[in-house]
Design a protein around this ligand. Structure first.
Ligand SMILES: [Zn+2]
Length: 323
């Protein structure tokens, strides 16, 4: 997540707000699809462990640490038969002073017509790098922010490759430059716009490494901007998404890579998160590391989203719409 420190001092004063949740009586028109595929905890753990390891030195855009992350992500996509969207997996940022790359793959849809439409699944793989002052631990590992989201997107991509359950095409995007001001998404979206990219919706995943103590699994940014929350709950048959008042208060919709896509395409482009400002003390801190991540939570988060992303990728019509 892009820097939030303007309002961090206020967090200490924040008290628990009343939480309104999405109505349980979601429309019954689409029953949740049956998913037999199982997300493996060891896959989640192994992937996250490397991406948030000290070896990658906090993955700051333009450093040798993020280069190692880029190679790791390319290897993952290649090994899992996700094709590069461009000539290679690397999409060079047009707005950064040194070479920096989004990593972009595509899973072609199975339906001859619907495959012309795209669902973007994304997360940012960059983080804030090394602390400049001398402390015992100078590496900001960014396990929650946002290696956790990258892990979720990677596992979802693996699921779609193995099950071939996407009628629409899926663009798998790992953004660089998010922490520098959403640079990777701003750069990529301009390129896609020029190609008349046919976007249906974007699900961007941000900070899902620890669970919230709430009666829903995750929140969406820009809750009121579309019916995405309602449709996701209908697709999962669960209270997967709720409304977190703080996301509206802090306007988180504008603080991650979903906004760059919304800004250009005016389509449902939103971020999903389980970081609620109460469940994690290490935002942009060297202690945001693998050992404080909740792997069972992450695994069940990904599992719970599978019927939702499947329906988004395969519903007959574009059911998710802006309000
Ligand atoms: Zn961040």
């Amino acid at each position: 997540m892009k820097k939030l420190y303007f309002f961090l001092p206020f967090l200490l004063l924040a008290c628990k707000s009343n939480i309104a949740t999405v109505s349980e009586k979601a429309s019954q028109s689409d029953k949740p699809v049956e998913i037999t595929y199982k997300v493996e905890q060891s896959d989640v753990s192994d992937f996250l462990k490397y991406l948030s390891s000290d070896e990658l030195e906090g993955r700051e855009t333009g450093t040798k640490g993020i280069e190692k992350a880029a190679v790791f992500l390319e290897d993952f996509l290649k090994k899992n038969n996700v094709k590069p969207y461009f000539a290679t997996y690397r999409d060079t940022l047009t707005n950064f002073k040194t070479p920096a790359y989004n990593i972009v793959g595509v899973i072609e849809g199975t339906d001859p017509e619907l495959k012309k439409e795209f669902v973007v699944l994304s997360a940012h793989y960059d983080h804030i790098g090394l602390l400049k002052n001398k402390q015992a631990d100078v590496i900001n590992n960014g396990a929650n922010d946002d290696a956790s989201g990258v892990t979720a997107v990677a596992q979802m991509a693996k699921y779609f490759i193995e099950t071939k359950s996407n009628k629409r095409s899926i663009l798998v995007v790992f953004f660089a430059g998010e922490e520098k001001g959403l640079l990777g998404s701003k750069s990529l979206v301009q390129k896609l716009k020029k190609q008349d990219f046919n976007l249906y919706a974007q699900l961007n995943i941000e900070m899902i490494g620890v669970p919230m103590k709430r009666d829903y699994l995750a929140y969406i940014t820009g809750f009121d901007k579309s019916n995405m929350a309602e449709k996701i709950n209908e697709y999962t048959g669960k209270k997967t998404i709720g409304f977190l008042p703080k996301e509206a208060e802090y306007e988180l919709f504008y603080r991650s890579d979903n906004y760059s896509f919304y800004d250009v395409f005016k389509k449902p482009c939103q971020s999903i998160s389980t970081f609620d400002f109460e469940n994690f003390d290490f935002y942009h801190h060297p202690s945001d590391e693998f050992k404080v991540m909740d792997i069972p939570h992450m695994t069940s988060f990904i599992q719970e989203f599978l019927p939702a992303v499947t329906q988004i990728a395969s519903s007959k019509t574009q059911e998710i719409t802006m309000k």
